[in-house]
Design a protein around this ligand. Sequence first.
Ligand code: ITT
Length: 208
Amino acid sequence: MVDRPLVLATRNRGKVEEIKSLLSGFDVVIRGLTEFGTIPPIEEDGETFEENAYRKAHLTAKVLGLPALADDSGLVVEALNGMPGVHSARYAGPGATDRDRNLKLLKAMERIENRKALFECVIAIAVPKGPALIFDGVCEGEIALEMRGENGFGYDPVFYYPPLKKTFAEMTPEEKNRVSHRGRAMAQLKADFEKVLVWLEHRLSEEP
Ligand code: ITT
């Protein structure tokens, strides 16, 4: 195998596990951010998942001089006018845990009948000079009435997926990857993977 490094530009361990498993068998050497010591924090103040994913992938690629893959994702709740959306990670303030965010969301949804929600994931792959490829995936579901399940991470215990009659946290990793927003974005990336590798090689050969 040719040594084709790709840095996963995320500090979220749940995402790292899922992305690694979704990319297994592909001709790239996945490297985690923890291998590189301290990297300056990246402001995620974009108005869209795409802006934030691009910013994370691009700045990481620029700082490390290696191609990087970033994921920006979140939960969009219809009855809350799309909240927490791009603010999903910061929904319950700095220092809050996944559990705090889930409890805040369940409280905000108390007595609300319309439980429709979707998870969105945008994956960006960028090279140090700037250009990026973008892949997008969505999964529609509902906000559960209470937390259920122990698997996964983040909002998984409160995201109910009607076709399987389970929350994401009640699914095995394989079940979640088959239907999730991230699984769907990564499926597109995998379908195009040969083209992505050619694109990466061309872009990297243009780098100074
Ligand atoms: P990085 O920016 O370092 O990747 P992050 O956790 O800050 O990590 P985001 O800015 O994309 O990631 O915020 C996404 C939020 O949505 C965060 O609270 C996640 O836990 C949650 N989230 C994303 N994907 C999820 C999934 O598949 N299941 C449950 N929650 C998810």
